[in-house]
Ligand binder design. Structure first.
Ligand code: MG
Length: 198
């Protein structure tokens, strides 16, 4: 069995697009967009660099974040190839386990993954405030004991040498800015054979 570990923000979902949280916070909260942006800039990150989500909700006076984001289309924030690709991978359940690993505010990430419906298309969703993904990947490898691991993220901070089991690290660049080998720009560029073969 192989293990595929997927980042969420800007790999599976366009969180900087019009259905991303930042666009919604800045454009759908206050009638004064300048003020809304000012609040966003002030509270988006705390001392641990993680978004101060609860503080943002408080200052924008959002009572129910789930309903608020649902109303503003957050469920549509996935890139257009995400669902079909994950559905196709489900056909190879016997060869591949799929985990979403995302690092950010727990509540915010839960809402995004709930609204986009991804939970039913993967084996597990791990949401952590630990920004050290190498550590989190090692935990998943220990849990699943895969023959090989494939990790896909738009921010790569590790190399295969950081692991003592076989791992393919693939960089995602949805903006098509990095046009060199080893970087993919949509999910179809990842060969199925790499994911499902031993
Ligand atoms: Mg990302």
């Amino acid at each position: 069995m192989n293990l595929l570990i997927l980042d969420y923000d800007n790999t599976l979902a366009d969180v900087y697009g019009e259905y991303g949280e930042w666009y919604i916070f800045r454009n759908k909260t206050l009638s004064d967009r300048e003020k809304a942006t000012e609040i966003y800039e002030k509270y988006r990150r705390g001392s641990d660099t993680i978004v101060m989500f609860d503080k943002l909700l408080e200052v924008y006076e959002i009572d129910d974040a789930h309903i608020f984001f649902q109303k503003n289309g957050m469920g549509k924030q996935l890139f257009s190839d995400t669902i079909t690709w994950l559905e196709d991978l489900r056909k190879h359940k016997d060869a591949l386990e799929v985990v979403i690993l995302t690092t950010w505010d727990q509540k915010l990430q839960e809402i995004k993954i709930d609204l986009t419906g991804l939970r039913s298309l993967v084996d597990e969703v791990v949401i952590t405030r630990n920004r050290d993904k190498t550590e989190e990947i090692k935990k998943l490898i220990k849990k699943y004991s895969p023959e090989k691991t494939i990790f896909l993220d738009d921010r790569i901070h590790m190399t295969p040498a950081d692991f003592d089991t076989p791992i393919h690290i693939i960089e995602m660049d949805r903006k098509w800015e990095k046009l060199w080998a080893g970087v993919v720009h949509d999910l179809s560029e990842i060969p199925l054979a790499l994911l499902v073969s031993k």
